[in-house]
Write a protein that binds this ligand. Structure first.
Ligand code: AMP
Ligand code: GLY
Length: 424
């Protein structure tokens, strides 16, 4: 069969790598893709938001299955566009992707269906939000309602900071229309865990756990980024935590969406905080995490096409989802200056050192081929170097060893990805 993947990051490279292992797949296309994806797929220069062009391309190439990797097209209804054209597509429809697209929606859903999450208030008016802050407890968390590249969350320690935050989100529109509404939320403490799951509208099967590192610098300092590295599984995600979440959070979310007339098919990514009062939902995403996908997918034993088709056909209950009994660590190699400003077009050397190395992956994010056919940097997050190991410590040592195989000017990484493992 022919498969089209929509997106251009490390996540999509990890998805494409899994798809390439399926004996059912003859040819992979990716739109728009990147230089690394281009080694295993044919890349088409179509943007992820160009729905008409994507649909026309899928028809022309007789694509059997399209997989949507990114949040923006999902929230804007790309799945509906494919379905309207009679095309098979993996991902939630617009009315279900709102689970990620609106924080106010997801918070109201959790409240209505008693799914554990932080206490909150929603505001559509800056004056009301400012008045509320006068009586609130600090620290407090402000969230722009809509998509904001993972940057629309502000943790404010004082009333002054919070007022400034409300002004920048709701009045100055720092995150654009995402800030037309705002959620003000109780500050929670604890370890964070990401749990990704496959969902077919009724049945949910969770994948192995992972943990991201969102801040730019060592010791969780600096600005929030899309993610600087991940490890999987999380040693803090115990059987007891899993049991609680299976009973109180996962199925409850799927049932709630179905009850609202918004059946969810695709990936639900549960961002969890393990608080002293038990696990609570920080956020939902409607797609694989990036770089979570880069440590979770390499450990999945199933044929990814079988699992995705079972989601589309409502047959996920027949799938026995299995993961390897090992660990993986991903260290993101970024351009120095990310997430603010950075140079592009710098040559990347040493990529061939990954060839034929079992258990090692160099997933491309911001890369392209220049006019001379050389791999060059083309974004803030450039590569995701992933390695497996028998356990987390071995995987971490392997991943950091492999970060030395590749080089480019202004190469930047965190040196403490997976440090939490030592505290487990
Ligand atoms: P989100 O995009 O909602 O996952 O938020 C981004 C990051 O902000 C999370 O990964 C947490 O580190 C932090 N965060 C979000 N909500 C809260 C909260 N209620 N309490 C403490 N930290 C939070
Ligand atoms: N790594 C976090 C995300 O993909 O949203």
């Amino acid at each position: 069969m022919k498969v089209l993947i929509v997106g251009s990051g490390g996540r999509e490279h990890a998805i494409a790598t899994s798809v390439s292992k399926s004996p059912r797949v003859d040819k992979i296309y990716c739109a728009p893709g990147n230089a690394g994806i281009g080694q295993i797929a044919e890349c088409a220069a179509i943007g992820a938001m160009e729905f008409d062009k994507l649909v026309a391309f899928a028809k022309e190439q007789q694509i059997d299955l399209t997989i949507i990797g990114m949040d923006d097209p999902l929230v804007a209804g790309v799945v509906d566009a494919f379905e309207a054209a009679g095309l098979r597509v993996f991902g939630p429809r617009k009315n279900a992707a709102i689970l990620e697209g609106s924080k106010a929606f997801s918070k109201d859903l959790m409240k209505k269906y008693h799914i554990p999450t932080a206490a909150y208030e929603t505001f559509e008016n800056a004056d009301e939000a400012l008045a509320y802050l006068e009586t609130a407890q600090y620290p407090i968390v402000l969230k722009a309602d809509g998509l904001a590249l993972g940057k629309g969350v502000l943790i404010c320690n004082t009333l002054e900071e919070a007022k400034e935050g409300v002004r920048s989100i709701m009045l100055d529109k720092q995150f654009g229309a995402a800030g037309n509404r705002m959620v003000v939320e109780e500050f929670m403490t604890g370890r964070e865990v990401s749990v990704l799951s496959y969902v077919d509208g009724r049945t949910i099967k969770t994948m192995t756990s992972a943990q991201d590192h969102k801040r730019a610098q060592d010791g969780d300092q600096g600005l929030n980024t899309g993610g600087m590295g991940t490890f999987s599984p999380s040693p803090f995600y115990t059987d007891e935590v899993d049991k609680f979440c299976q009973e109180q959070i996962y199925q409850a979310t799927v049932d709630a969406m179905a009850a609202e007339g918004r059946p969810f098919q695709g990936i639900i990514f549960f961002g969890l905080m393990l608080t002293p009062n038990g696990p609570k939902v920080l956020e939902y995403n409607a797609r694989f995490g990036d770089p979570e996908a880069q440590v979770v997918l390499p450990r999945m034993k199933n044929d990814i096409i079988d699992v995705m088709e079972a989601c589309i056909d409502g047959k996920l209950d027949t799938v026995d989802l299995q993961f390897e009994d090992n660990a993986a660590v991903c260290v993101v190699l970024a351009s120095d200056g990310y997430p603010v400003s950075y140079e592009k077009g710098l040559e990347i050397r040493g990529l061939e050192k990954f060839d034929g190395k079992d258990g090692y992956y160099c997933f491309h994010a911001g890369t392209k081929l220049d006019e001379n056919g050389r791999f060059v940097t083309n974004g803030g997050r450039v590569l995701g170097v992933t390695a497996k190991g028998a356990d987390l410590k071995e995987a971490r040592a392997n991943a950091y060893a492999a970060t030395a195989w590749v080089d480019f000017d202004n190469k930047y990484m965190r040196h403490d990805i997976g440090k939490a493992i030592d505290e487990a």
